[in-house]
Design a protein around this ligand. Sequence first.
Ligand code: FAD
Length: 302
Amino acid sequence: MKIKDMFKKKKTVVSFEIFPPKIDVPVETIYNSLEQFKALNPDFISVTYGAGGSSKSRTAEIASKIKHDYETESMAHLTCVGHTKEEIDNLLETLHGKGIENILALRGDPPAHMPDFDFSKNFFKYASELIGYIKKRNNFCIAAAAYLEGHVDSKRLKEDLLYLKEKVDAGADFLVTQLFFDNRLYYDFLDKATAVGINCPVSAGIMPIFKASQIKSITAKSGCSIPAKLVLLMDKYCDNPDDMCKAGIEYAGVQIRDLIENGASGIHLYTMNRPKSSRKVLEIAGLTSLTNPEAEIHTPEP
Ligand code: FAD
C-alpha cells in the first residue's frame, strides 16, 4: 500500500525506523527484532540506507521481508550521494522488483573519510533532483526529509524551507522530520510550511534518549537543539544510566502524546532497533491500542 493513502484514512500514521545490521553481523539479528516490532502494530516500518555505517546492500532485502513476511507496510530509504544514474536505476529496479511501493528519497551525506566530497560532480546534487527523477520513472510513493531547525549545512532557515518546497513540488508525497525535542518547533514549522505552500502530511520524527552520550553525538550530527528540560534531566541522571534511560523513554512518550493530542498527522519513531523500549514509549504516549498485550518481548536490547 502507498503510505500517502494511509494519511488520507488515519488521523495519525505511526511508523518505526530501523537500520540494517552492519555487514559483518548476521542479517537474522534484525529479523528477531522485526517480529517484536510487528507486534506493536505500526502502520509502516522504514529501513535506513547506509545511515550510521549500516549496510546499504541490505535495505531492499529487509524492506521486502517486512512487507511480505511480516505483513507490515515498509518504506526503503535511498540516498543518491556517490551514486551514478545507472546505479540509481538499478536500485529502483531492485526495489520495484521486490514489490516495495514507498521510498524516502534523500541526498545523503558524504562518507566520513571524504569530508571534501564535491556534490557538484554527483549526478543528483540534491534530493529534489532524485525525487523528480523517481517520480517520472516509477510509480513509487515518495517521502522526503524535513528539518525543523534547518539542515546543518543550510545558511538560512528561510532558504532551507524553499528547498523543501522544491522537494514537494518535485513529487514528495509526505515529509518525515529530523528528530526534535521541543514540540513547539514542529507546530511553528507547520505554520511556516503552510505559508510557503507545503500542504502534504508531515510526520514528526521522535528519538528516545537512552544514554547521555547519545544525545551529544546526535545533536552534534543533526544540529538539533536541546531544551532546558532535557539538559536538566541529563544533569540529574548523568551518574545513573538506568534512570537516564527511563527518563529518556518518558520524555519521548510525553512528547508523542502531546503531538497526537495536537493533531500531528504522523509520528515516526527512531527506534534504534529497540523494540522493548519502543513499546514503553508507545505505552506512555497512550498508544495502547497499538500494542498487543499478547506479545511478550524477551530479547535483551543493546
Ligand atoms: P537535500 O534536501 O538535498 O538538502 C541538502 C542540503 O542542500 C540542505 O542544506 C539544503 O538546504 C540544500 N539544498 C537543497 N536544495 C538546494 C538547491 N536547489 N540549491 C542549493 N542548496 C540546496 N542519511 C542516510 O545516509 N541514510 C538514511 O537512511 C537517512 N535517513 C534519513 C531519514 C530522515 C527522516 C532524515 C531527516 C534524514 C535522514 N538521513 C539519512 C540524513 C540525510 O541524508 C542528511 O541529512 C543529508 O545531509 C541531507 O539529505 P536531504 O535529502 O535532506 O538533502
